[in-house]
Design a protein. Structure first.
Length: 266
């Protein structure tokens, strides 16, 4: 996967594609920054001049690699431990970002999980336990809420705050743990609308929701379980998601809207 992120044309989402360095002086916290999508977003933000805090839960080496890539190119970046299921962890991550980078102007919620330790097969309601359900809701929905709430004072203070949530649109074939995942991340759009109203006019809040289709989970040898995967029809996969996230960080488009793109099975 390429480390180069190209910003969308200005008429596609928003922002000036020629304004390299348009985020110079801004500080960004990327939750899930050690993941594949988070890495692309972090590198893209750094390319535009932002100082970046790379949030990670377990991928400390991957987070360090992202930091090295940014600083090696002359940018500013730090790695920040972040367990978004823990309110204290979230507060510390936000405060650490503000302390070392001078504030928080941009928050990107790009962390999430598709299932627990083991995927649940379609139709197996007993295996889809309340514990697993709560885990998915806590990470995928409560986590972005906690981060937005903790970062809100800094975002408001900048008077140009940006929150970009990464959600998804999963087709009706979702089943088992994929159905629980679909429920949690589809709700991110509603959270986005609430945050946009609550934080206006100082903070613009957006949601990028690639259309996903469920695919067989390779970890499930017996078959029958599925996991969400980027739809093949989605242009460039994660690169396209990252481009749209970055365009919202740069743009002046209306807050509260969810950008759905890619294939949707009906």
């Amino acid at each position: 996967m390429s480390d180069t992120v190209t910003i969308l044309p200005s008429d596609a989402v928003g922002g000036d594609p020629q304004a390299a360095g348009a985020l110079r002086g801004a500080a960004a916290l990327v939750a899930g920054g050690s993941g594949r999508l988070g890495r692309l977003v972090a590198l893209g933000l750094a390319r535009e001049g932002a100082a970046v805090a790379v949030g990670y839960r377990t991928g400390d080496k991957r987070a360090a690699a992202v930091v090295d890539a940014v600083t090696g190119a002359g940018g500013r970046a730090i790695a920040v431990p972040l367990d978004q299921t823990d309110e204290a962890y979230v507060s510390t991550a936000v405060e650490t970002t503000a302390h070392f980078l001078g504030g928080v102007d941009i928050l990107v919620n790009a962390a999430g999980i598709a299932h627990g330790r083991k995927p649940v097969a379609a139709g197996d309601l007993d295996a889809l336990t309340p514990l697993l359900w709560d885990q998915l809701m806590t990470v995928n929905l409560r986590g972005p809420y906690l981060l937005a709430r903790a970062a809100a004072p800094y975002l408001r203070a900048s008077r140009w705050g940006r929150i970009v949530n990464v959600g998804a649109h999963i087709g009706p074939d979702a089943a088992g743990s994929a159905a629980a995942c679909a429920t949690s991340i589809a709700s991110v759009a509603s959270l986005t609308r609430f945050l946009a109203a609550a934080l206006a006019p100082d903070v613009a809040v957006h949601c990028v929701a690639p259309a996903l289709k469920t695919v067989p989970d390779p970890a499930d040898a017996a078959g029958g379980s599925t996991r969400p995967g980027t739809a093949p029809q989605t242009p460039s996969g994660l690169d396209e998601v990252a481009r749209r996230v970055l365009a919202h960080c740069l743009g002046e488009d209306r807050a509260g809207e969810t950008s759905v793109f890619g294939a949707v099975t009906r």
